[in-house]
Ligand binder design. Structure first.
Ligand SMILES: Nc1ncnc2c1ncn2[C@@H]1O[C@H](COP(=O)(O)OP(=O)(O)OP(=O)(O)O)[C@@H](O)[C@H]1O
Ligand SMILES: [Mg+2]
Length: 401
C-alpha cells in the first residue's frame, strides 16, 4: 500500500542559488555552518517519513526547528531543494500549476493558528468560502457548510458575524472551513496554539472525536508535548530541520532515540520547571490585619470558606484566621482579630513543583506562597495542583478556594 504522504530525503533550503548550501549539506555541514558560509537557512534537513491514510501524524519541535517548513512542502507551497515529497505516490515537486491547484484546492486543506477569518462575512459564508472559489452553487455550498458547522458544534452560530465568536469558536470555524472542502488530507499548523489551556484541551478532545468519524490523514504541528502525546498516532520530533525520532507516544517515551529527545521530553516536564509561584492563584478573598472581625466573617461567608489568609503592610503575609476562632470574638463584639491570628502553612515561591506535592499532602488547608521577603504571592490548593498538571502550560484555571 502506498503511503498517503511520503518524504524522501527531503531538503528545503530557503533562498535563491541554493547549490552551494546543498553541497555543504550533503557534505555533512551543520545548519549553522551552512548559514555562516552561505547566508542561507536550512529549513528541512533530509527528512524521511511516511504518513498512513487516516493517521494523525504530529510534528513537534522547538521554534525554528522546521515544522511549518515541512508542512508547507506537503501541499507544495514550498518546493523541496532536493529529495521528494509524495502525496498518494505523486511527487509534488513534479506537479504543474494546474495539478498543484488541484492538490491545494481539493485534496489538501490547511488550518492555521491565526486563520484568516473574513470579518465582513458571516460564519456560514466564511466556511463556504473555499467552495465558492471552487464555483459551487450557493445553495449547495450552504448545505455543505451547514453540515460542517454542525459537526464542529457551531450549528447555532451560522448567521453570526466573526467578531461575535470567542477564540475557540473561531478555531472551530477554521476547522469547519477545512472540513467542508472534503479533502482527505488536513494540515494543521498549531491550530490551537493561541487558545488558553482549558479551551485547548476541549478542542483536542473534539478533534479526536471528529477524527473517529471523518478519518482524515492529519499532519498536526505543535510545540506542546502534551498535545502531541494526546493527539498523535505517531509523533516526529524535529530539531534544526532534521527529524530526530519518529514513533508512537509510548515508543518515544519508553525509548528516546538520543540524548536530545530525552532532554526534550524531560525539559517539558512542568513538574520540574514550574515553581510554586507560577502555579499559585490569587485567592478570592483575603483580609488585612487592620480590618475587623465582622469584615473577616462576612468574607468567609461570601466565599463559603472557614479561614482566610491575613496580610499586613506591603502585602506581607501575617498568618491566617479561622471562623471558629472569630465567632467567640464576634459574640463579645470585639473588633480586632489580631490575638487569634495563627501561623499559616507557607511555601517559598521558587519551590519547584515536584516539591510542592509533599508539602501540600501534609497541609489540610491551602498553602500560602510567599516571596523571599515574606510577601504574599497567592495560594496553592489541592485543586490548583491537579489543574496545573492537567493544563501543563498553566492557562487561566479557576481558583477553587
Ligand atoms: N520564508 C522564509 N525565508 C527564510 N527563512 C525562513 C523562512 N521561513 C522560515 N525560515 C527559517 O527556517 C527555519 C525553520 O522555520 P519554521 O518556520 O519551519 O520553524 P517552525 O518549527 O515552524 O517554528 P515555529 O514553532 O516558531 O513556528 C527557521 O530558522 C526560520 O527562520
Ligand atoms: Mg511554525
Amino acid at each position: 500500500m502506498t503511503a498517503k504522504i511520503e518524504a524522501k530525503n527531503l531538503v528545503k533550503i530557503y533562498g535563491n542559488n541554493t547549490g552551494e548550501a546543498l553541497e555543504l549539506f550533503n557534505q555533512g555541514y551543520s545548519r549553522s555552518e551552512i548559514l555562516k558560509q552561505t547566508g542561507l537557512t536550512l529549513g528541512v534537513a533530509g527528512a524521511n517519513f511516511e504518513v498512513a491514510e487516516g493517521e494523525i501524524f504530529v510534528l513537534i519541535g522547538l521554534s525554528g526547528s522546521g515544522k511549518s517548513t515541512l508542512l508547507r512542502c506537503i501541499n507544495g507551497l514550498l518546493m523541496p531543494t532536493s529529495g521528494s515529497l509524495l502525496v498518494d505516490g505523486n511527487a509534488v515537486e513534479k506537479m504543474g500549476g494546474k495539478e498543484l491547484r488541484r492538490l491545494r484546492g481539493e485534496r489538501i486543506s490547511m488550518v492555521f493558528q491565526h486563520f484568516a477569518i473574513l470579518p465582513n462575512r458571516n460564519i456560514i459564508d466564511n466556511v463556504a468560502f473555499g467552495l465558492e472559489l471552487r464555483g459551487v452553487e450557493r445553495e449547495a455550498r450552504w448545505a455543505e457548510a451547514s453540515e460542517a458547522l454542525d459537526s464542529v458544534g457551531l450549528g447555532d452560530w451560522k448567521n453570526k458575524m466573526p467578531q461575535e465568536l470567542s477564540g475557540g469558536m473561531k478555531q472551530r470555524v477554521g476547522l469547519a472551513r477545512a472540513l467542508v472542502m472534503e479533502s482527505d488530507i488536513l494540515l494543521m499548523d498549531e491550530p490551537f496554539g493561541a487558545l488558553d489551556a482549558l479551551i485547548r484541551a476541549e478542542m483536542q478532545e473534539e478533534l479526536l472525536t471528529l477524527q473517529r468519524e471523518i478519518k482524515k490523514t492529519v499532519v498536526f504541528v505543535t510545540h506542546d508535548l502534551d498535545e502531541a502525546l494526546r493527539l498523535g498516532d505517531r509523533i516526529a520530533i524535529m530539531r534544526d530541520g532534521a527529524i530526530e525520532q519518529i514513533g508512537t507516544a509510548d515508543e518515544i517515551l519508553a525509548e528516546p532515540a538520543n540524548e536530545y529527545v530525552e532532554q526534550f521530553l524531560t525539559g517539558i516536564d512542568v513538574s520540574k520547571i514550574l515553581d510554586a509561584a507560577s502555579i499559585s492563584k490569587w485567592p478570592r478573598e483575603l483580609v488585612r490585619d487592620s480590618e475587623s472581625v465582622s469584615v473577616a466573617l462576612h468574607r468567609m461567608k461570601k466565599t463559603d470558606t472557614d479561614y482566610l489568609f491575613v496580610t499586613g503592610q506591603r502585602r506581607k503575609l501575617v498568618g491566617m484566621i479561622t471562623r471558629d476562632d472569630l465567632l467567640p470574638l464576634s459574640k463579645k463584639r470585639q473588633t480586632s482579630f489580631k490575638d487569634v491570628i495563627r501561623e499559616a502553612n507557607t511555601i517559598p515561591g521558587d519551590t519547584i513543583m515536584r516539591d510542592v506535592f509533599p508539602e501540600l499532602r501534609h497541609s489540610e488547608r491551602a498553602l500560602a506562597v510567599v516571596d523571599e521577603n515574606g510577601r504574599f504571592l497567592g495560594v496553592i490548593t489541592h485543586n490548583t495542583l491537579v489543574e496545573s498538571l492537567d493544563e501543563r502550560k498553566g492557562g487561566d484555571g479557576i481558583a477553587e478556594l
